[in-house]
Design a protein around this ligand. Sequence first.
Ligand SMILES: *Cc1c(COP(=O)(O)O)cnc(C)c1O
Length: 229
Amino acid sequence: MDRKAELAANLVAVRERIDAACARARRTDSVTLIAVTKTYPASDIRLLAELGCTDIGENKDQEARGKHAELAGLGLTWHMIGQLQSNKAASVSRWADVVHSVDRDSLLAPLGKDPAGDSVTVLIQVNIDDVPIAGRGGAVPDAVPALVERILDADGLVLGGVMGIAPPGGDASAAFARLATAHDRVLALAPGARMRSAGMSEDLEEAIAHGATHVRVGGAILGKRTYLQ
Ligand SMILES: *Cc1c(COP(=O)(O)O)cnc(C)c1O
């Protein structure tokens, strides 16, 4: 099978999983599928765009910057989903339309400084582990309301909502329930911040059951990543 046919078949299968999960949850709103293309070449992103998948997720600034430059003009929406170093934040704001991994104040000023003047949509990454472990990324739930206020006050940023990653091997449903609770607190302060980014190849059903508006799917579309990120 050629690569485009392979991607097309995988997209159909993932979209069927999403539709089935929405039906089970009696959801009539739509869920946006973000294809996570980290470690895969720009040529795959071009094929995905031809197949109607235009939301693209990347997790490394340098890798994404190159692909973004190569694929200008395709009308893609670029999502930064990886942990963000403060010294990379300004660079990320040049290619990313949505940054899912905002978990601390020090990222806000550099992210808001896109020289093109476009505002960047940011999601607060919430640590939804049972017991938060340092280094996993994400603001602890109690730190979220203060971060909301800072983002609402920041120049060049639009608060889009929240993002969470279920702990590997843990209880995904319980984790996504914690994300829903954190999101409710955000919505009380910022009613427009409706995006809830949750769910990957292995747990998108649980995420959709808990209100995910955006799922981030890599392996189930592109294939198993075979080299180190
Ligand atoms: C890699 C990655 C994904 C996609 O994971 P898959 O298991 O390949 O679907 C989603 N979200 C984040 C934050 C990632 O780093």
